[in-house]
Write a protein that binds this ligand. Structure first.
Ligand SMILES: Nc1nc2c(c(=O)[nH]1)N[C@H]1C(S)=C(S)[C@@H](COP(=O)(O)O)O[C@H]1N2
Ligand SMILES: [Mo]
Length: 343
């Protein structure tokens, strides 16, 4: 019986090589013909990888949402075409993430954040703005700096859309060349790739559960639980254990009048694209909720301060490191917006 070609491809290479060599009398030298076949296979596989990467690197389209403590408190969503229209500001600067040549100057075109802030306003207590990316990466910049310097959400570089491997389609760019002082304050880690949300100050708690939307006062009615844990994502927080205060996901479900079926799951949706994937959702079973303290936290520290956007607030999913859920890939979720019941 002959193996089908696609079966060949999936076999481990080494045993196959040994087998073929031994058929030909157990020398250690593959024949010229065999080498030629392997060479062609390698070339074909390589072409496949190159094509695949090219596809992944297509500049993609992205929406941009501006929200939080804007003048009206409402959020605005721009589609890709509207983003393009707003991108009327040019910044010539080096790019600290262009490691091939850190002195090379690029001409970025993007949306001027100072103008967006003036257009949509901000409440008087606001001191910072947080940018969130598709991969849930987030960085926070002071409002004063955003109003002072031409910091832009770039969508083009030297006249071309920005590929994903260069931080596109929307890349936060700082005017390093014109304002060297900005470089001291905001290093390359502030150049956020694939930005999707600009959060002015911190949003109000608005948690969608089934048909209900719960605010902070509603969550505060539930039994309060404190978890002392090292925060499960790499932003803003003090290192080591911190006190997190919130409510149990299972209590939130009952408050909203939602029943979780015995074999059902609750999906925790965060704002970032990675938390909205339907293929790989962050979900917990009824058993997880029963056996673990899975919390939605809104406050932290000894003085129970509200969790600001800078730390992934106002609502963050947290659970104990001792919690053994059936799904091992669960992570802490920032900017939790919705609990979805799946039967
Ligand atoms: N969306 C997003 N932007 C990001 C990051 C990231 O993980 N996600 N990493 C930051 C950091 S820490 C640095 S140093 C630079 C370069 O990151 P890289 O070395 O992972 O390419 O991009 C910044 N922007
Ligand atoms: Mo970094």
């Amino acid at each position: 019986m002959w193996l089908q070609p696609d079966v060949w491809k999936n076999l481990p290479v080494l045993p196959l090589v040994t087998a073929i060599i031994c058929l030909g009398g157990c020398t250690n030298q593959p024949t010229e013909e065999q080498l030629e076949i392997w060479r062609n296979e390698a070339i074909a596989r390589n072409a496949e990888i190159v094509a695949d990467n090219a596809k992944k690197n297509q500049p993609m389209e992205s929406n941009l949402v501006i929200q939080g403590e804007t003048a009206t408190g409402k959020s605005v969503k721009f589609n890709w075409q509207q983003v393009g229209v707003l991108a009327n500001t040019y910044v010539q600067t080096t790019d600290p993430n262009y490691v091939i040549d850190r002195n090379q100057v690029f001409n970025f075109r993007g949306l001027p954040i100072s103008k967006l802030l003036k257009e949509f306003g901000h409440q008087s207590n606001v001191t910072e703005v947080t940018f969130l990316s598709d991969d849930a990466y987030q960085i926070t910049v002071s409002l004063a700096d955003l109003l002072t310097y031409p910091i832009i959400l770039a969508i083009a570089n030297n006249g071309k859309p920005i590929n994903r491997d260069q931080g596109g389609p929307i890349y936060l760019v700082f005017p390093y060349r014109q304002y060297p002082e900005i470089k001291q304050k905001y290093d390359e880690s502030f150049w956020a790739f694939y930005v999707s949300n600009m959060i002015v100050g911190t949003e109000k708690v608005q948690l969608r559960v089934g048909k209900r939307t719960l605010n902070l006062a509603a969550l505060d009615q539930l039994p309060q639980v404190t978890l002392t844990e090292t925060v499960g994502y790499r932003i803003g927080w003090p290192s080591g254990k911190v006190k997190l205060h919130g409510v149990r996901v299972r209590d939130v479900l009952s408050l909203a009048g939602v029943q979780l079926p015995t074999l059902g799951e609750v999906v925790v949706r965060g704002k970032a694209q990675v938390y909205r994937s339907t293929a790989n959702p962050m979900s917990f079973s009824a058993a997880d909720l029963r056996e673990c303290e899975i919390l939605l936290v809104t406050r932290w520290g000894e003085d129970k301060q509200l969790i600001p956007a800078k730390l992934g607030g106002p609502v963050t999913l947290a659970f104990s490191s001792e919690c053994k859920t059936k799904t091992s890939n669960i992570r802490w979720v920032t900017f939790v917006e919705e609990l979805i019941i799946q039967p």
